[in-house]
Structures are given as C-alpha cells and as structure tokens.
Design a protein. Structure first.
Lengths: 555, 385
C-alpha cells in the first residue's frame, strides 16, 4: 500500500540515521505512518515505556513493604500505586506489546504487504496511546484513582471515590478499548483475507493462528468491559444507579461484568505468547512443530472454555455450591488443552538439536516458569481451597508467575528472535545472558515468597502489616528479588538501543528459520515482499532448502 | 515452626523454633486426636509461624480445606516433577553439541552444513494419550472438590430454642467490623458491639456453632480468619452466611481480604473463643446498658455535648449514633481502631486527640478538644466496662 510514499521506505530502512538528517521529516514520517511495521514498533516502544513506569510503581510498593509498619508511603499513595501498576501492566504493557508484535509480524508471516485496514491500524495505535495518557492524566486531579485495577463497585461510586481520577481512569480505558477493538477487527480481516497464495488456514504460521484467536477473544471480551465502564461513568456523572445499592442497583453486577472481560483477558495476554513460543522452539530445536493440528485445536479449546470460567475470580462472593462446582470444573478443564500445548512443545524439543541462543533461553524460561504458574492455577481453581487463597498474596504470586514467567518471558523471547528482522542487526548475546539470569533468579525470588506469605494469611493490597504477623521475612525476600530483577530491564533496554548501531548485521535469515518473514530483507522494505510469495506448506523456507524432502509431503 | 495453640499469640521468634515438631505439637494440643500434619510437614524447615496460617486449621471447615489442599499439592507436585523432569532431560540431552559462538549466534556460524535432525510431525496416538491423562486428573480433582465443597458449605438452620447456636450479624464498614448479636441458644440478645467477636467454644459432645450473617454498610469487604474458615465476602445489597465452629479456645486473628479503601490494611479481625461459662458472663455484661458512674459525670456531659454522639452509641445515654463503633462496653475490648492498637489509657488518649495520626484517612476526625475536655472524656470512656 505504501509504494506511493517514498518517505516511508526511506524512513523505515534506516529510521535511526534519518533522525540526524531531518528531524522534522523523521517525526512526520513516524506520526503519519500507516505502515504496519512502524505501527508495530511504536506499539512495542509505547509498551516498553509503560513497562518501565509500571515497574517503578512496583519498586515503590516493594520498598514500602520491605519493613513492617513502614511509612515510606502512606495508604493513599500505596493504594494509587497498585491501582496504576495493575492497570498499566494489563492495558498499556501486556496487550499493546502483543498487538504490536502481531502488527509487525502477521502481514510478513502471511506474505501480505500490510494489514487489511492500514489507516484504522494507525488510528488504533494512537487511540491506545491516548487512552494511556488519559489514565495517567488522573494524577493531575491530585492523585491517581485508588480503586484497584478491577475497581469493585461501589468503591468506584462518587460517594467513595470523590476526585475525578476515577473518571479519567474509566474514560482512558474506554478509549484504549476502542483501539483494542480496531486491532482485533484488523487482525481477523487481515488473516482471513490477505494470505499468500497457497496459505490455507491449515498452513498458517502458528503465531498467526494464535493472533487470530486472540483477536476473536478481544472482540468478545472488550465490549462487556466498555459497557461496564460506561455504566460507572453514568453513575458518577449523571447519577445513574447501576451499581448503587441504596437506589436499587447491584454492586455484585460489576464483578460479573468485569470478570466476564477479565478472565478472557488473561488468555488475550497469553495466547499470542503461546504462538511466539511455538515459533521459537521449532526453529531453535531444528524440528517441525510437533502435532500442529492438535496445537491448533487446543488453542480454540482454550478460547471457548475460557469464556465460561470467569466467576472463579468470585468464589468468595457467596454463590451456591452448584455454581462453585461448575466454575471450578470449567476452570480445571482449561488445563487439558494447555497441557496438550505443553506436551507438544516438549515433543518438539525431544530429538532436536537445541541451540540456546537468546530466544531459546527465554523460551526455556517460559516453559520452566509457566508450568508452575499453571499448577498454582489448579490450586486456585479448587474452589474450597480458593476460599483460603483468594485475594491473598498467593494470588499475587500466582498471576505474576503467569504474566512474567509466561507472558513476559515469552514476549522477550519473541523480541530477541525478531529483533534482527526489525533492526537488521543482532542483539548482544552476552548481555542477553545477563538479562536472562538476573530476571530468572530475581523473578523467582520476588514472587516465590508471595505464595508463602499468602498462605500465612497476608491479604493482597494492604499497604502495611505488623511485625507480629510472621510475614516480614517473606516480604523482605520479595523486595530483594525486585532489586535483583530491576537491573535486568535496564540491561535489556541498553541492549535494544546499542544493538541498533553496534549489532552484527543480521542478513535475511540469521536463525535459519522457516516462515515467510525471513525470506525478505532485514529490515523489510515498506512493501514487505517484491512479489507476493506462493507457499505449499507451513514451512515455506524449509521447502526451499529441502526441495527433495518438502514439508507438504507430510502435512 | 510452632503450631502450639494455647500460647500461640506469644509464639514468635526463637521460642517458636525450639518447640516440638509440628506433629507432636499438634497431637498434644488436640485432646489426643492424632492426625498427620501434612501441610505443615511440607514447610517444616521454614519459619512459617503465623497466627493467620492456613496450615493450622482449628475448625472442621478449615481442616476439610487443608485435606483438599494436601491432595492438590500432591497431584500438582507429581505433575511438576514429571514435566520439569522431561524439560530438563530435553534441555540436557538434546542441546546442540556444536553451539554457535556467543558473539555470533546466527545459524551460519554454527559450523559446516549440519544435517537437520529427523522431523517428527506428530502422532495421533500420542496426542490422545496425553489428552486422556490430564482429563483423568481433572476428573479426579473435580470429584475431590465436590466432596470438600459439600463439607464446607453447610446450610444455615433457622434459630430454635436450645439449639446451642449463636447467630451474629456482621456488618463490614470502612474500616471496622460491627457485630450485632441476634440470638444464642434460642435466646434473643439484640446488642451491638464492634471489632472483637466473642463466640462460644464447641466440643464434640455439645457442638456450639456460630452462624454469621454477613452484610456491608458501604463497600465490599471480606471476612477472613484463616484458622477458622475460608473467606466470605460482605457485599452491599447481598447477604452471605458463614459458619464458625471450633474446639479450641483462645484468640484467632484475621483481617479484611477485599480491598475496601484507604485503611483496608487495618481492618483487622479478632475472634475470641470463650468457654461456655465465660461466654455466658461476657454476654451478660454486654447486654447491660452502660455504667453510669457519678465520678465521671463531667466527662459524660462533655462526651454527650460534643459531636461524638452523632456517630457513636452508648446504650443508656442519649448517644445513639449508628455510624461508628458502639462504645457501651468499650473497655471490655482489648484493642482500639479495629485491632490496630492495644486498648490502654495512653492509646485511648492519643486516639481521642487525633485518630488520623494513628489510622490515617479513617473516618473519625480530630475534634480539636481542649486538654481538659479530652481528659474528661477519656476518664468517662475508661468507665465503660
């Protein structure tokens, strides 16, 4: 689509060198671009900036909790910090970084020249960013909202949250939700309509398959959240009474609406990562993905089952035994397709020749840690056990294990894997090893002890605790872990920046990978492919390298 | 680690680690009832003494939950060992014997044309096998969960004469607990107290269950005393129920487990389990109106003439506020500010002068009393036994 826009071609080929030559032109190029690759890069950069902000918020909280009865932060500041930390990490780091990766990669992987709706794509990015800025603008009202990221009514009603911070929070999330919806529509249209010749749905690269289903899930999950946010705004601004019990509303309703979004959201944050891992493991094990069809079916099964498990976040609200049992059993069912995925990844590694370059190192981190997050999830799904664990630090440990051990490790594996394609240069492997080990050890040290303090009765979201509780040691270990983790992010960012200029030139296909994005130049030109490719199997580049033994004989 | 029950409040630090191993400790405290302390054994080497530990159940419900927990631990522990084992085996056995140099990880540097390993595209038989195995585990866990659910979530019977049951309505408020004692043993009680919940000791021959009706006056809260029961939320507009029953006397600690605003961290719960005799005499005292001591008449007048009365209630006086803790028998409580500080004269004085310095953002403001007024009011409060 952008053949007629030469400035983009030039700008993308060397965005970092163009800066010095013509700053205004460079800025104009990036802000007006409709190139899916530049939009993808901006999504990822935005997410990394918010990751640093959210990380700083977390460090402040760990500082406060390092000592019993600490007074570094008061209750107001602490409560604002965990609200903003959660909101930031879910809506402005997790989702946009995966949408950004999908934006960059999906057209390249299916042999298309751009997303189906390039202008809507740009709109989606800018409005997501704008939503984030609106949420953060709440600080200008005298303080961020102190409602927790799931904002249980009626704490969000005007009676209890008087400043406009909560309004900015809700408006910001509605706005960024529009961006998410446009991205979802765009992914579905692109993947269904713009695949290269010969690329049937059954031959989609696995990451594209997971992006397709993630998009479907976004379309289902985001609207209930938007509706709920509109309702709370109506309550706050126009005295509607949706969640106002004293006027016949229902506070309980919010919980159902929120978690009907909130649980699929968890899978929105992990499915694309399953896709990334399913690309990285085969390439670095030098083997085809084991059991593609079963992996594909398992992805769909996770999407459908996860739409019916939301109330496992609400076991303590006093449902009846039948509902508790249903939601427990349904939640356990998710572990079956997830297990299938896990076994297939292991089978892919089995008998391979595994190269532990940075992407595989982080993929290993993902496998070893996500398993634990999944298993503690089984503990939480056991409803009566959850009566004890729910809303305790155990839950905090669990979901960070899934979101960092799963989503973050997998996403970083993807960044190390595709960086050479995006930048045309390799990242430093030496720094990547430092990054990995500091993060791996620091992460376990931060979130492992939280499982224990939770089982010793420490509820989440308390700004302080007494010395007699027996929680001090576990909190100090967690804070120590945060201190170990923090430099790993700095090393990562340093590596990203320095490798732009100093990295070894990558060539088209440095990892000897098999999907279409590796058949074009690094970085790809704005039109991606000189001629649209034709594929005959799931690994077109394998077929090219092994004309005597192509994949399509076996699929 | 120490699960000693009678002295558990003092059971911290070194004294704790010197105490007997968990199983023996437990047996000696459980009137001869010997059962393996599986949850504790898992963590026996760690300093996990806490008055709010879920590994030290003191009620049928929490024991039932711990039994399920141990089962789930065993199942996921097995899965963990097997799957991580296979992962480590793959990593160790199949790693590339000719790794690329670290400064050039790209495949081209990996040496001469290496032959790719054999490609395995999948196997229906294997897929069916590793779908069936987790399905069986899920089925097994679901059945276990069902059993525990039916044990834990008991129906609450209606109050009846001589039922030996206590009925209390718990109202969650920002950031304290209001307890309305409804009936005991079929007897109507009808008094209100705050923050310290007294319940009668149950025993095998004569169960004395306490049924809590949980409501909220403002936002969502959650009632959690880990040794006595799982969490149950207090949600405005809904009524929930929770059974507390224990054969262990003493103090049980807990706290609000649903974020409820600024002082969520200091919405602490204290459940005091009294012997039936102690409980009867406690009830008797609580049912009486406030003491009217002529020695502190000036303090009483000062209290009643200030805005204290618009929020607090002292039965037998014109103070009929219903927004803040009932003070009728304030001095029968061990703590102030929802379990945050000990109820001693110094703390009481500090609290009356400026509650915000103790519990920032709590709903009681400093009233700017003169030293004299403050002293009189504190003297008066100290007589409310």
């Amino acid at each position: 689509m952008s053949l007629a826009q030469p400035s983009h071609t030039q700008g993308h080929a060397a965005p970092h060198t163009a800066a010095g030559e013509n700053w205004a032109g460079w800025l104009h190029g990036w802000t007006t671009t409709v190139d899916h690759k530049r939009i993808g890069i901006m999504y990822v950069l935005m997410s990394l900036v918010f990751l640093v902000i959210g990380g700083c918020e977390a460090m402040l909280m760990r500082w406060q909790l390092a000592m019993p009865n600490n007074d570094v932060l008061g209750p107001e500041a602490f409560n604002q910090l965990f609200t903003m930390h959660g909101t930031t990490m879910v809506f402005f780091v997790g989702m946009p970084i995966l949408i950004g990766a999908g934006n960059y990669l999906v057209p390249l992987m299916i042999g298309a020249r751009d997303m189906a709706f390039p202008r809507m794509n740009a709109f989606g990015f800018w409005i997501t960013l704008f939503g984030g800025l609106v949420v953060y603008f709440s600080f200008a009202t005298g303080g961020a909202p102190a409602i927790g990221w799931f904002a249980y009514a009626p704490l969000t009603e005007h009676t209890f949250a008087r400043s406009a911070a909560t309004d900015f929070w809700a408006v910001g999330l509605i706005i960024s939700g529009i961006g998410t919806i446009t991205a979802a529509v765009n992914f579905i249209a692109t993947i269904l309509g713009m695949r290269a010749r010969g690329m049937t749905l059954g031959r989609l690269p696995f990451f594209v398959w997971t992006m397709l289903w993630t998009a479907v899930q976004m379309l289902i999950a985001i609207p209930p959240l938007t509706a709920a946010l509109v309702m709370i705004l109506l309550d706050r601004q126009l005295n509607a009474h949706f969640f106002d019990v004293s006027n016949g509303g229902s506070a309980y309703l919010w919980q159902h609406l929120f978690w009907f979004f909130g649980h699929p959201e968890v899978y929105i944050l992990i499915l694309p990562v399953f896709g990334i891992i399913s690309e990285v493991i085969p390439v670095f094990s030098r083997k085809v993905l084991f059991g593609y069809e079963f992996m594909a079916a398992a992805t769909m099964a996770i999407v459908f089952i996860s739409l019916g498990v939301w109330a496992h976040h609400m076991f303590c609200v006093g449902m009846n035994r039948t509902l508790d049992l249903y939601f427990a059993a349904a939640s356990l069912l998710v572990s079956i397709p997830t297990g299938i995925k896990f076994f297939n990844w292991l089978a892919t590694m089995y008998g391979g020749r595994i190269r532990f370059a940075s992407p595989m190192l982080f993929a290993y981190g993902f496998l070893s840690m996500f398993l634990i997050g999944g298993l503690t999830g089984i503990m939480l799904a056991a409803a009566p056990f959850d009566f004890q664990l729910s809303d305790s630090y155990f839950v905090v440990g669990h979901f960070h294990w899934v979101l960092i051990g799963g989503t973050l490790f997998g996403t970083i594996a993807g960044i190390y894997y595709w960086y050479p394609k995006v930048a045309g240069r390799m990242m430093s492997e030496r720094l990547a090893k430092w990054h990995f080990w500091l993060l791996y050890i620091g992460f376990m040290l931060t979130f492992g002890p939280m499982h224990i303090s939770g089982m010793l009765g420490m509820p989440r979201r308390i700004y302080t605790y007494g010395p007699e509780t027996g929680w001090t040691l576990w909190n100090q270990l967690a804070t120590l872990g945060a201190v170990v983790q923090a430099p790993s992010y700095l090393i990562f960012i340093y590596n990203l920046v320095v490798s732009l200029k100093k990295g070894k030139p990558a060539g088209d296909n440095p990892w000897d990978a098999w999907t279409l994005e590796w058949s074009t130049t690094s970085p790809p030109s704005s039109y991606n492919f000189e001629e649209t490719p034709t594929v005959h199997s799931r690994r077109p580049l394998w077929d090219l390298q092994h004309p005597d033994d192509p994949d399509w004989l076996y699929e | 680690m120490c699960f000693a029950t009678g002295a558990r409040r003092n059971c911290h630090g070194t004294a704790c680690r010197r105490s007997p191993p968990a199983a023996a400790c437990r047996a000696s405290n459980r009137s001869g009832e010997l059962r393996p302390d599986a949850g504790g054994a898992l963590l026996v080497a760690l300093p996990i003494a806490s008055a709010q530990s879920i590994f030290d159940p003191a009620s049928p419900a929490t024991e039932s939950i711990l039994n399920l927990a141990v089962l789930v631990f065993a199942v996921i522990g097995l899965i963990f060992v097997v799957v991580e084992g296979v992962l480590f085996y793959c990593v160790w056995r199949f790693r590339d014997p000719h790794p690329a140099p670290p400064d050039n990880p790209s495949a081209a540097a990996a040496g001469p044309e290496l032959v790719e390993p054999p490609q395995a595209y999948g196997s229906r038989a294997i897929e069916v096998a590793w779908t069936a195995a987790p399905t069986l585990i899920v089925l097994f866990l679901t059945l276990s969960i069902t059993r525990t659910l039916w044990e834990v979530e008991a129906a609450v019977p209606a109050t009846a004469p001589d039922d030996n049951a206590l009925y209390v309505t718990v109202t969650g408020r920002q950031w304290w607990w209001e307890y309305t004692y409804e009936t005991y043993n079929g007897r109507k009680l009808g008094f209100i107290t705050a923050n310290e919940l007294h319940i009668p000791l149950s025993d095998a021959d004569q169960p004395r269950p306490t049924y809590l009706t949980l409501e909220s006056a403002d936002v969502c809260h959650s009632f959690w005393v880990p040794r006595l029961g799982g969490k149950m939320d207090l949600i405005p507009g809904r009524t929930n129920e929770l059974l507390l029953e224990t054969t262990e006397a003493g103090l049980f600690l807990g706290q609000c487990a649903e974020y409820c605003g600024a002082q969520h961290a200091h919405m602490l719960i204290r459940v005091i389990v009294d012997t039936p005799q102690e409980f009867e005499s406690w009830l008797e005292n609580q049912q009486r109106p406030a003491v009217d001591d002529p020695d502190v008449r000036t303090g009483r007048d000062a209290f009643l003439s200030e805005s204290c009365v618009s929020c607090h209630r002292v039965r037998g006086t014109p103070a009929k506020g219903s927004y803040a803790p009932d003070l009728t028998h304030l001095m029968s409580r061990e703590t102030l500010a929802s379990g945050m500080i000990a109820n001693d004269p110094d703390n009481l004085r500090r609290w009356v002068r400026d509650p915000q310095s103790i519990k920032p953002d709590c709903l009681m403001p400093a009233f700017g009393l003169t030293d004299q007024q403050q002293e009189q009011i504190v003297r008066y409060l100290e007589t409310l036994r």
